[in-house]
Ligand binder design. Structure first.
Ligand code: CA
Length: 534
């Protein structure tokens, strides 16, 4: 799991932070002595920020129209130290370790653990006072959504970073509610005269028909009835587990409606779901590569139209935006029960921008950052801008209403265009902006519509497990347990689907979960949850 790898790398990094931190030798700007700052400044000054951006974007971030306009608006010139995504974390950590600190880090990509470490050793400063005094745009966001103030406040009561907030639907209707959508080949269903399956047994029959009745009509048994990438977020078949009880998701965590945190991979229903999948495997209905393939291999077979059923966030990325595949509704399991398990996802990244303790122009910096939370600015930071005469635009600006309207992409991949022109960083896009400040991105609007119609009616859980801000000690303990616990669970999950031994090995498996610290893990997660909702 990506998350576990990330946690392990943090431990390595943190040693570096402690070893090399010296705040004297800094490359931050000098003190300009500015007070009661209003934009544009009468005289231009320079602040020094570090940033990461896409390899597709210009090397100098100031070549982006969004930053050009911001410099004009504020008369603050930003001297960027820019690294591409792949090398950023390493360069950032080296700079911190060597004490070569900029004024701030934009698009900082810091985990909770890193944030709290940097706060504890005084590399970054708490920003709660700056928000109160100098940041009306950001304050407005926190007033409208007090839950974000809760979520970005560290257990010691301070806020250490400016977040990225992107709302796309809320509650059960959030775009993050289910990450692994099941996409079924409706062309094959039609060809074979089959109906959309409604139960797990019907799905099994459909997959057998896909395997044996040559739906692509080439005389060969080359169809792959079902594929997935095991333990790989949205490509994992976790969706099918919902037919057997509480279901499963990538972090194996759900919350019952009476507020109890449950580890999905220790439940009876989880075992039944694995049994079902192992039956499918035994029948030869699961792609042999489902347990080892990388994303590119998965896409290649998808593009070639070989799948009967597969899993991913958006079919456009695998089999294209055509009518060959459709979203398969949730299935009734052996007891007749239908349940859609929610993913613990939120459009929130706490550590998007931090101010270094070396910064001598706090009011100026805070007021500059506050510009990023102005609604229309936030929208552009996230997706790109309008009125660029040199390249394709993601938006046009309605001059009468000030609304940003998504333009047709004419075949350009949305992600590619966004990465060239957007700037990321701290921002907030709230649900009420859609239809006023901006139109919704068409790919998101389409997915939200499917979520609402197909998935939401069957979601039994009232709450997800939110992005609780744990303390440094809790994070250490959680990651220590998770490293072994999650790799064991995910390994057994894959093994059992192939070897069918889940029933006989189950008691021994439960004992091993206990030995690896499951009870303590649940205790920490439960207390975090209770703290959030109290
Ligand atoms: Ca065939």
């Amino acid at each position: 799991m990506g998350k576990i790898r990330k946690i392990m790398s943090i431990f390595i990094v943190s040693g570096l932070l402690i070893a090399g931190c010296s705040k004297e030798s800094s490359s931050a700007s000098k003190d300009y002595g500015l007070k009661n700052v209003t934009f544009p400044l009468k005289e231009k000054v320079t602040l020094k920020f570090m940033i990461q951006s896409s390899p597709l974007a210009p090397k100098d971030p100031n070549d982006k129209l969004i930053f050009k306009r911001l410099e004009k608006k504020t008369n603050v010139h930003i001297e960027w130290t820019n690294y591409t995504y792949d090398s950023f974390a390493e360069k950032r950590n080296l700079a911190i370790a060597s004490g070569e600190l900029p004024d701030a880090i934009f698009y900082a990509g810091l985990s909770d653990y890193e944030l709290l470490k940097l706060a504890a050793d005084g590399t970054i400063i708490p920003v709660d006072d700056l928000i109160e005094k100098y940041m009306p745009n950001f304050k407005r966001v926190l007033e409208k959504r007090p839950e974000y103030r809760k979520l970005i406040t560290a257990p010691d009561g301070h806020i250490y970073a400016f977040p990225w907030i992107e709302e796309l639907g809320s509650g059960k209707e959030s775009i993050h509610s289910v990450d692994c959508f099941p996409w079924i080949n409706v062309e094959w269903l039609k060809k074979l005269g089959l109906k959309m399956p409604k139960t797990t047994e019907e799905l099994k029959k459909v997959l057998i028909a896909f395997k044996t009745q040559d739906p692509n009509g080439n005389g060969k048994a080359d169809e792959i009835p079902m594929s997935f990438i095991i333990n790989h977020g949205a490509e994992d078949p976790a969706f099918l587990f919902g037919s057997f009880g509480l279901g499963d998701n990538w972090d194996h965590t759900v919350v019952t409606n009476d507020g109890k945190v449950v580890f999905t991979a220790a439940q009876e229903g989880y075992k039944e779901a694995i049994k079902y999948l192992s039956e499918l495997y035994k029948e030869g209905l699961i792609d042999e590569e489902a347990f080892e393939q990388d994303f590119n291999t998965y896409v290649a077979k998808g593009k070639a139209g070989r799948y009967g059923l597969y899993f991913t966030w958006d079919k456009a990325n695998i089999t294209g935006m055509n009518d060959k595949y459709d979203l398969m509704p949730p299935l009734a399991g052996p007891t007749g029960e239908i349940n859609v398990t929610r993913t613990n996802g939120m459009g929130l990244d706490r550590g998007r921008m931090v101010i270094m303790s070396a910064n001598k122009n706090l009011e100026l910096t805070a007021k500059w950052i506050d510009q990023l939370y102005e609604p229309s600015q936030s929208v552009q930071n996230n997706w790109g801008t309008y009125g660029d005469t040199k390249q394709q635009n993601i938006f046009e600006l309605d001059k009468k209403t000030g609304m940003l309207k998504h333009l047709p992409l004419n075949g350009t991949a949305p992600v590619e265009l966004r990465e060239k022109t957007s700037v990321g960083g701290p921002l907030a896009i709230l649900d009420e902006y859609y239809g006023k400040v901006t139109t919704m991105p068409p790919d998101a609007a389409w997915r939200l519509d499917l979520m609402k119609k197909v998935m939401v009616p069957h979601m039994k859980a009232d709450n997800i497990y939110p992005k609780v801000f744990f303390s440094l000690d809790e994070l250490k303990e959680l990651s220590k347990i998770e490293t072994d616990l999650f790799s064991y669970v995910n390994r057994k999950r894959a093994e059992w689907i192939k070897n069918g031994k889940v029933e006989e090995e189950w008691p021994e498996y439960l004992a091993e979960l206990k030995r690896l610290g499951l009870n303590r893990w649940l205790e920490i997660k439960q207390s975090g949850y209770d703290r959030f909702y109290k």
